[in-house]
Design a protein around this ligand. Structure first.
Ligand code: PXG
Length: 288
């Protein structure tokens, strides 16, 4: 594997960052998880836009333009002969002193890894997954804004550990008001009759790229798409439930906190959306 670091390519074993990089010392940095399907990078523009928004929010100046990053991502896929896979694009604050002040960092580092990812077993896509609500609250907007895709994922990891302890792979995280925000690495959706519901970004959801694609698909299929505040009561009483994410794609949920959702099997609307998602993913994107 060839890894891109600051304009050069390194073998896997030589692809290293300094122990003084603030990405490591403080989680000071941002990232994107991107998919390639069928020789194309899916929604690359949207991912790069989101990367620049995250950068703006943490006052980090990315030392490459959008066009240069686009070319570097595609080039890294090419060098790794990747046609289907997972791309991790990272920008760290860079090498600095021991002390958290980002002013002391010389220059942000850009890393691109083109590899593979498989989050959940196929069985869960076929039969649906069981999830739980956890006690760890999603980050507050005025602490670490959940819209920032930062290198500090401890909030999500703490929730994931709670999920694992409960024998689950994913968890619903609530915001400080008790409304559903999202899952640890996925956005959440409900189907109620002919309506598709998902928490608003103001509830503490990441502006998910897959979330956006699914909302478009649903609108085209004639569903009414809304973003109301949702509680666990709404989740328990939904006809169908599913999660979306770059790594997870679209995955049905059939049990939440011990409550069976709908029929207890992946719903028909969820299946239609999942199918359409694969069609869209395989037929669009930046050519490698
Ligand atoms: N919420 C959070 C907190 C995320 O981290 C999503 C929602 C879904 O967004 P996208 O844009 O991917 O549709 C994410 C993205 C992993 C992994 O290793 C997680 C994500 C992406 C890639 C890998 O668990 N989460």
């Amino acid at each position: 594997m060839k890894v891109f670091i600051d304009g050069k390519y390194y073998d896997e074993k030589n692809a290293k960052v300094s122990v003084f990089d603030h990405g490591l010392l403080y989680g000071d940095g941002i990232f994107e998880g991107i998919r390639a399907y069928n020789g194309r990078v899916f929604r690359l523009k949207e991912h790069i836009d989101r990367l620049f928004y995250s950068a703006k929010a943490i006052l980090l100046e990315i030392p490459m333009s959008r066009a240069e990053i686009t070319r570097a991502v595609v080039e890294t896929c090419r060098k790794n002969k990747l046609r289907d896979g997972y791309i991790r694009l990272i920008v760290t604050r860079g090498v600095g002193s021991l002390g958290l002040n980002p002013n002391r960092c010389e220059r942000p580092s850009i890393i691109i890894i083109a590899g593979k990812i498989k989050l959940y077993p196929q069985e869960m896509y076929d039969n649906g997954m069981a999830i739980v609500t956890v006690a760890t609250t999603r980050n507050l907007h005025n602490a670490v804004n959940p819209a920032i895709k930062s290198l500090n994922y401890l909030n999500n990891i703490l929730a994931k550990i709670e999920a694992n302890n409960a024998g689950c792979e994913e968890a619903i995280m609530l915001n400080s008001e008790g409304f559903v925000a999202e899952c640890t690495g996925d956005n959440i959706f409900l189907i109620q009759g002919q309506r598709l519901l998902t928490p608003p970004l103001s509830a503490g959801a990441l502006y998910g790229i897959t979330r956006g694609v699914v909302m478009d698909i649903a609108r085209q299929a004639g569903l009414e798409v809304t973003e109301p505040n949702l509680t666990r009561y709404d989740v328990y009483n939904a006809d169908e439930c599913f999660l979306t994410g770059t790594a997870a794609e679209v995955i049905p949920v059939v049990k939440v906190d011990g409550r069976v959702i709908g029929t207890g099997k992946p719903g028909t609307v969820t299946r239609r959306i999942l199918e359409r998602f694969h069609q869209v993913a395989n037929a669009s994107g930046e050519p490698i």
